[in-house]
Design a protein around this ligand. Structure first.
Ligand code: PXP
Length: 241
């Protein structure tokens, strides 16, 4: 299972003091060295953490896959076609939210999404969509010609141990299997950490997980190298000693 390490919160720390450190690109390079298979960054409308300079620097510096999360707006399309990440993951965005709170409603926005996706594809960028574990949403994504999804794992991650957590996990399992049957590349993310990632790793259709906050939080204590290596080991249990 591949790890795409989300470096947003290095930028959050920098922006907390409007300072010029820490540089997310440096964390990205250290993470690659420690075994991350890709780097993710989220360019938000309010630029609360990552900005265009970060995207340019990460794009230039890393050797693995670069995914940029963004809303499906004209401004973000221009940023994507300038930076040309390998993948754009389309996410919904509410200005007041602390973090992304759910998947994109593809059914509701089908008409506007179609030309947006076509423009990104024409620019040579692979499109992924962040989606709740909903079969109707996943079918709508496949019908749009998108070949990759990131299943929202946040409900599972935030649920207390017990039936709610099991239900959320089952929904993710069912969604992953259905998406794979439709030929989609299945990834997951949001809210995952060292203590809850195991059951998601065990889902056979999952190929990659996008994880940020938990790794950045651990990196603040033990360093990026150790924090990423520990997560990579959890994502690849058979390879771990
Ligand atoms: N996937 C998406 C679409 C996200 O918006 C985020 C948060 O930026 C993540 C994954 C990573 O979530 P976390 O920081 O909770 O690991």
């Amino acid at each position: 299972m591949k790890l795409s390490f989300n470096v947003d919160h290095f930028a959050s720390l920098r922006q907390a003091r409007r300072a010029n450190e820490p540089e997310p690109v440096l964390a990205a390079l250290l993470a690659e060295q420690a075994g991350a298979a890709g780097i993710t960054a989220h360019l938000r409308g309010d630029r609360r953490h990552i900005n265009e300079r970060d995207l340019r620097m990460i794009r230039e510096a890393i050797k693995t896959k670069f995914t940029v999360e963004m809303a499906a707006t004209a401004e973000m399309k221009a940023a994507a076609t300038t930076v040309r990440p390998d993948v754009v993951c389309l996410v919904p965005e509410k200005p007041e939210e602390l973090t992304t709170t759910g998947g994109l409603d593809v059914l509701a926005h089908r008409k506007t999404l179609k030309p947006h996706i076509q423009a990104l594809t024409r620019a040579g960028i692979k499109v992924s969509i962040f989606v709740d574990p909903s079969l109707t949403q996943i079918r709508a994504i496949a019908e749009l010609g998108v070949r990759k999804i990131e299943i929202h794992t946040g409900i599972y991650a935030d649920a207390p141990f017990g039936p709610d957590r099991e239900k959320a996990l089952d929904e993710i399992r069912t969604a992953a299997a259905a998406a794979a049957r439709l030929g989609l590349e299945v990834t997951g993310g949001h809210g995952l950490g060292y203590h809850n990632v195991g059951p998601i790793v065990a889902i056979p259709e999952m190929t990659e997980l996008s994880i940020g906050f938990a790794i950045v939080a651990r990196a603040a204590i033990v360093g990026v190298d150790r924090a990423v290596r520990d997560m990579v080991a959890l994502l690849n249990p058979r390879r771990a000693r």
